[in-house]
Every structure is written in structure tokens, then in C-alpha cells.
Design a protein around this ligand. Structure first.
Ligand SMILES: [Fe+2]
Ligand SMILES: [Fe+2]
Length: 385
């Protein structure tokens, strides 16, 4: 029957979130190949502690919203397959091809991708198996011309703009509405509180508008520096967003939050005696755990030491310490210098941040926190050792 000869298209990806780049590619493939079936196959994504991407159910809802907005929601041939996500492990593309080959014996099978993915195709598992069972269907993305002599593929006509999911998520962590997402998808993300939306909503109620802005500025820099510092961007954004979460609390509430930790933490007791305002960092860590449900010790450490610093603080804590002082919202000159340096040499910028903060502290003529001085000394030892 002629029906059997109609093509079947598979389109895998994380769809975290689904953006216009995905939808435009799919729409072109539907238009040009008129397939019997077009399967979106959202992948299973490794939950990275609590920094898993949007959950499968959420990615499914966003994909449905994106398809509906593009007028593809009611097309019978357009389906979303749980094949990969439902297996609870990383699924290789050859397995997906094998699955749909079995499901549609005899049908021309196409594996859809942007040309940005084509260069890596040779390093996938079992590329020969994929090519024996399916034909690559490639949409050209600017700056990713398919090289000559590579794997055979069918080219979709048209050009398909680049859409970088990492950059899109970075915008979402800050509460922006990326233009690369359809309004319906942006709406759903805001409504469901995906991509730290839940945390931002809670935070907004705790902080003055100026402090909330400062937290967003800190998170923007933290997310931008995260990949170079070797930190997961969502984790960096979360720690930076929450670093001052206790800063606007009344002194009594701040003390209450500090009490449990103060029993076993001499540095905190000293802080409460000598410079109680700095205790907002310890109180923030307690509040991040209590109100925001943060359990990651690295995030809690970053909040706790953002104001004073401490010798031996971890990478995330160093990142938040630096971003708190050097973010775009800071007007003093050194902030811009440290910020620019951070994109070139993160550790040098961290030492510079400690230096600048100490200079300001000494210039103020008051008590200087011993942890800040200890941090300074530990960095000098490292340099000479
Ligand atoms: Fe602070
Ligand atoms: Fe701050």
C-alpha cells in the first residue's frame, strides 16, 4: 500500500525548554516530507541532584504548548513519544532508531537534526547502524555548514536560526522571557515556576526591590561565569539569587535563624557580637534550607560565606563571593575591573575581590572579620606555596 511508503520522522532532543528553533525545524520537515508520523522524542535527562532540568512532565507540557502555538497541536501525525524519557536512563540514538524502525517496518525513516549536531554525528554510538536504518534529515544553521565528505544526509530547504538552549535557560533563571520561546511557553514557565521561578517568587517577598535587583545582578554574573568556573549554571544562579535572602529581615528574626548554628559555630558567635549585620549570611543559609528547601551543602556554604569569605571555601562559594561584589549593579570602579578580570582569570579575580573588600573594610576603620583576613592569608600561602 502506498500508505506504507510515507516517511516517518524522528526528532530527539532535551527540549529543555522547547524553543522556536525546534519548532521551525519540525514545521519545515512536516511541510517538505509530508510524513505519516512525526515523533518528538524528548530525552531522559540525568537528574543532577536538584539541578535536574525541567521535569519530563513539564517538558511535555511546554512542548504541547509550543506545538499548539505553532498550529501543529491538532495534527494527527505529530506525536510526542515517551520512548526515551520513559526508560529512566540515557538512551542512545541508535536505540531510538531501532525502536521506530520496528514500529514502522518498510517506511522511509528520517532522523531530524540541525546542522550544528551533524559535526558530532561520527562520535555517536553506532552511527553505521543509524545510517543503515534511517536517513539524516538536516536543517542548516548559520555558522554550521556541513563539511564535505561527511555522512550522507537529506537537506531541508530553508535556513534555521541558531537557538542556544544554555543561553535561553540563563535568561529564564533571571526571570526574563526569551524571545526565542513562544509566548505560550514563557507563560507556562512563569505559571509553573520552572527554571527557579518558584525561588524568585519567594525571594521577592523577602527582599526590598533594590535588594531583589541586586540578587538578580549577582545571579546574572554567576550564571555567566559558571561554565568557566566549572559550576552547573542553575546551581550558580540559585546560590547567587539566595545569597542575601535574609538581608532584609528584622534583627530579631535574623538572630532566631542564627541561634541553632551559633551553638556550634564560634565564628558566628563572634560575628553576632562584633558585626551583627554580617550575620545575615549565616541567617541566609539557615533560611535557604528552611524556606527554600535547599539541601545542597555547596549552595548553603556559598550563602553562608558570601559576606566574609573563609579560607578553603569551595568553588561555588568563591563564585558567589566574587559576583556579590563585582556584579553589573555595583557602581564602584573596582567592581568593573574585577568583573572583567573574572572572565579572563577567575581565581585572580577572586583574590582581587578579597583584596578590594579588605581595603574597604580597613579604610572604614572598624572591626575586620577574622574570616576575611584568614581568607587573605590562605590565598597568599597558596601563591607562595
Ligand atoms: Fe550580603
Ligand atoms: Fe549581596
Amino acid at each position: 500500500m502506498a500508505e506504507h511508503k510515507k516517511p516517518v520522522i524522528i526528532y530527539g532532543g532535551s527540549f529543555d525548554p522547547p524553543h522556536r528553533g525546534h519548532i521551525e525545524l519540525a514545521a519545515a520537515a512536516l511541510r517538505q516530507l509530508r510524513p505519516a508520523a512525526f515523533y518528538f522524542v524528548p530525552g531522559f535527562l540525568t537528574p543532577f541532584k536538584e539541578y535536574s532540568p525541567a521535569p519530563y512532565s513539564g517538558r511535555l507540557a511546554m512542548l504541547r504548548a509550543a506545538l499548539a502555538a505553532a498550529g501543529l497541536g491538532d495534527r494527527a501525525e505529530v506525536k510526542i513519544s515517551p520512548f526515551e524519557a520513559g526508560r529512566r536512563r540515557v538512551v542512545y540514538s541508535w536505540e531510538t532508531v531501532e525502536h521506530f524502525r520496528r514500529l514502522h517496518p518498510g517506511a522511509p525513516l528520517y532522523f531530524l537534526m540541525g546542522s550544528d549536531c551533524l559535526a558530532a554525528f561520527g562520535s555517536w554510538r553506532r552511527p553505521d547502524f543509524i545510517l543503515a536504518n534511517a536517513r539524516l534529515l538536516v536543517g542548516l544553521r548559520p555558522g554550521h555548514a556541513p563539511g564535505r565528505g561527511g555522512y550522507p544526509f537529506t537537506r531541508l530547504s530553508g535556513r534555521f536560526p541558531e537557538a542556544d538552549s544554555t543561553a535561553i535557560r540563563e535568561q529564564l533563571f533571571l526571570g526574563r522571557r526569551p524571545a526565542r520561546l513562544q509566548p505560550a511557553v514563557n507563560y507556562l514557565i512563569a505559571k509553573k515556576g520552572f527554571y527557579l521561578g518558584r525561588e524568585r517568587a519567594l525571594l521577592k517577598r523577602l527582599l526590598t526591590p533594590a535588594r531583589y535587583d541586586h540578587s538578580l545582578h549577582t545571579a546574572a554574573l554567576a550564571a555567566a561565569l559558571a561554565p568557566a568556573a566549572g559550576v552547573q549554571p542553575q546551581k550558580a544562579a540559585l546560590a547567587a539569587l539566595l545569597h542575601d535572602c535574609a538581608r532584609d529581615l528584622a534583627p530579631a528574626a535574623l538572630r532566631r535563624l542564627c541561634l541553632p548554628a551559633a551553638r556550634r559555630d564560634a565564628a558566628l558567635r563572634e560575628t553576632l557580637r562584633e558585626a551583627p549585620v554580617l550575620a545575615h549570611a549565616w541567617a541566609g543559609a539557615a533560611l535557604a534550607a528552611e524556606k527554600f528547601g535547599v539541601t545542597d551543602p555547596e549552595v548553603l556554604e556559598a550563602v553562608k560565606f558570601h559576606a566574609t569569605g573563609a579560607p578553603g571555601m569551595g568553588t561555588l562559594a568563591r563564585l558567589v563571593y566574587l559576583c556579590d561584589m563585582a556584579n553589573q549593579g555595583r557602581a564602584f570602579r573596582e567592581a568593573g575591573l574585577v568583573r572583567r578580570l573574572a572572565f579572563i582569570d577567575f581565581e585572580a579575580a577572586f583574590r582581587a575581590a578579597n583584596y578590594v573588600k579588605l581595603v574597604y573594610a580597613f579604610a572604614g576603620g572598624g572591626w575586620v572579620h577574622p574570616l576575611s583576613v584568614q581568607l587573605w592569608n590562605s590565598l597568599q600561602e597558596k601563591k607562595s606555596g
